[in-house]
Design a protein around this ligand. Structure first.
Ligand code: AMP
Length: 279
């Protein structure tokens, strides 16, 4: 595996691969890698001739009071995990390399960013679109891999790629969980011991809510009671939307999503399910 830190070197590598007619997959990450990231990487490895994993803690997607400075960073560990999972390139640029000038053009996520995390993290999805635009262009990827763990991000990126004709396919990856059901996240390390024992109740609340919804009931009140009973953190939101539109009536697919603010960690989780037929 090659580590690349500059845009020029990345472009050179991409040109060589394109010249050889190789398909390219990109797995964008902010590092602190876990099995969720690595499952995306392994999927990309199977479906492409060449695979880039990017490792960039993107300042543009953090609010002023968020955890950009203390976000977990461990380059050597990430390097070894990415290599073992089959990446050809680890693209790990500095902030200056990615954003050498103050952008004069802003990209705004639309209506899909008016709900869920978009409410408590204003500008977050604009920052995500900023970085993925650059990564998609720089890698000329045929496929880009994103986890359903960040369902709203996935929905917004899918819409962006479709609306603006990016010549690549967005591939969805299932949420990878700990044995007790907690969704793997780089931010789980912020949890205290007690919070860590409570955190699997996020998924349990989602399972409860899905069953209620499919039974024709409003899942939100019971989920709220459940979370308040088992979790000391504060509910940021519990929302149900049509997926991937995130607005309008629920048709084929729905997302039930939850965000809880613990002492030092804000955790999100969701379930995406078919509203008709099986499930
Ligand atoms: P991050 O480093 O948190 O920006 O995440 C990079 C990618 O990994 C995103 O597409 C996430 O949705 C995905 N991801 C994060 N956690 C998980 C998980 N537990 N299972 C599957 N994918 C995940």
């Amino acid at each position: 595996m090659k580590t690349i830190t500059t845009i020029d070197e990345l472009k050179k590598w991409v040109r060589e691969k394109k010249h050889a007619n190789a398909s390219i997959g990109i797995v964008p990450t902010m590092g602190a890698l876990h099995d969720g990231h690595l499952s995306l990487l392994k999927k990309a490895r199977k479906e492409n001739d060449a695979v880039v994993m990017s490792l960039f803690v993107n300042p543009a997607q953090f609010g002023p009071d968020e955890d950009f400075d203390r976000y977990p960073r461990d380059f050597d560990r990430d390097h070894d995990l990415a290599e073992a999972a089959g990446a050809d390139v680890l693209f790990a640029p500095s902030t200056e390399e990615m954003y050498p000038t103050q952008s004069r053009i802003a990209i705004h996520a639309g209506e899909q960013a008016q709900v869920m995390c978009g409410v408590s993290r204003p500008g977050h999805f604009d920052g995500v679109l900023k970085v993925v635009t650059k990564l998609f262009h720089l890698t000329e990827a045929d496929r880009a891999y994103f986890g359903q763990k960040d369902a709203q991000q996935l929905a917004i990126i899918e819409a962006y790629v479709r609306d603006y004709d990016f010549p690549l396919t967005i591939v969805r990856g299932e949420t990878v969980r700990e044995e007790d059901g907690l969704a793997k996240s780089s931010r789980n390390v912020y949890l205290t011991e007690t919070e860590r024992t409570e955190a699997p109740h996020l998924q349990k609340a989602l399972q409860l809510g899905t069953a209620l919804y499919l039974d024709g009931k409003d899942p939100i009140p019971e989920m709220t009671d459940y979370i308040q009973k088992y979790i000391s953190g504060k509910i940021d939101y519990i929302e149900l939307h049509s997926f991937p539109d995130l607005h309008g009536p629920i048709t084929n697919e729905a997302v039930l999503a939850i965000a809880v603010q613990f002492g030092g960690a804000r955790l999100i989780d969701n379930t995406i399910f078919k509203t008709k037929g099986t499930n």
